[in-house]
Design a protein around this ligand. Structure first.
Ligand SMILES: CC(C)(COP(=O)(O)OP(=O)(O)OC[C@H]1O[C@@H](n2cnc3c(N)ncnc32)[C@H](O)[C@@H]1OP(=O)(O)O)[C@@H](O)C(=O)NCCC(=O)NCCS
Length: 284
């Protein structure tokens, strides 16, 4: 991005509202229900905070850490979907002749080095903060800070990227919360756990791949993986909020619509919802 473009974008954030500060964001997070000691997984969009944040992503990360405190745990997805089998890429599709080259040359996922993809500036900065740990999965890692960070990021199973034993399942097990800051349940990674747990027509496992370090050496590994489908996640989230207001709150943080949902009741609800609503697609 050129300097002019940067100034134009920053200028539009200033015009939208604010200024939001660590203190104002913390007060908003408290009103939403984020408390010290909670385990919270955050999905974020900086631009949808809808105004100027003094200090940008650093301020948001610090506000989120302060909101859960040292007795709590802050988690964020730090996915790297570009480290996956190129045969599945759609936007754009990759020419078949490139597939072996990409498999051979994709650098190994390394928690301290590999940047996130499409997770936003807040999550990307969070993973670099002191005492933040990151799970070791080529495409579906999560970063965590605080009381349960070590447990949440340890032993991320290759074949259960978003399922049992993953950081997302551990947040559920720890009675954690999902925080959506300017995004909706369409971005809620933990709902993929419900797909793992539910039975529905069309559920399928496909071979996946990624570059990882094995005994310090780069290797392309293949493993089975559930084919994820987030098409109905926004609808599941809306239904949950309507039917379980005790477990779901929606408030403003800055000018963003922010959502806080209790992870276990949401995943339980989603399993039932998926089983009742995902039907076999009619033959084309
Ligand atoms: C993809 C996604 C991150 C894009 O959101 P976004 O707000 O456009 O991008 P970022 O969060 O990186 O924020 C960057 C923007 O913040 C704005 N910004 C920069 N500094 C700012 C400041 N100090 N104050 C306010 N806004 C500012 C700028 O508009 C900037 O845009 P630019 O990078 O084009 O210059 C978001 O839509 C999303 O999907 N988030 C959830 C990701 C996730 O958890 N996925 C899991 C799925 S399984």
């Amino acid at each position: 991005m050129g300097y002019e473009e940067l100034v134009r974008k920053e200028g539009s954030a200033v015009q939208m509202g604010g200024p939001f500060t660590l203190d104002s964001l913390l007060a908003d997070l408290r009103m939403l229900g984020v408390q010290q000691g909670m385990t919270v997984i955050a999905h974020t969009s900086m631009s949808r905070l809808g105004g100027w944040v003094v200090g940008g992503a650093q301020t948001v990360v610090m506000a989120l850490m302060e909101a859960v405190g040292e007795t709590g745990t802050l988690v964020m997805p730090t996915h790297t979907t570009n480290n996956s089998d190129p045969s599945y890429w759609q936007n754009p599709p990759i020419p078949e002749a490139w597939w072996p080259i990409m498999r051979e040359h994709q650098p190994a996922f390394e928690p301290d080095k590999t940047p996130t993809r499409a997770m936003g500036v807040i999550n990307e900065l969070f993973r670099t903060f002191p005492n933040v740990l990151r799970s070791n999965h080529p495409n579906s890692s999560a970063a965590a800070w605080g009381k349960h960070a070590k447990y949440i990021t340890a032993d991320h199973p290759l074949e259960s990227a978003l399922g049992e034993g993953s950081p997302y399942a551990k947040v559920v097990e720890l009675e954690g919360y999902i925080l959506l800051l300017g995004v909706d349940h369409g971005n809620n990674t933990t709902l993929h756990l419900a797909e793992h747990r539910a039975s529905f027509p069309g559920k399928r496992i496909e071979p996946q791949g990624g570059a990882v370090l094995v005994d310090g050496q780069r290797q392309w590994v293949t493993f089975d993986s559930l084919v994820p489908n987030d098409e109905d996640f926004s609808q599941i989230g809306q239904s949950f909020e309507a039917m379980h207001p005790r477990h779901a709150r929606v408030r403003k943080v800055g000018n963003a619509t922010a959502r806080l949902a209790a992870a276990r009741p949401l995943v339980d609800f989603a399993v039932t919802w998926i089983e009742q609503n995902r039907k076999e697609k009619p033959e084309a």
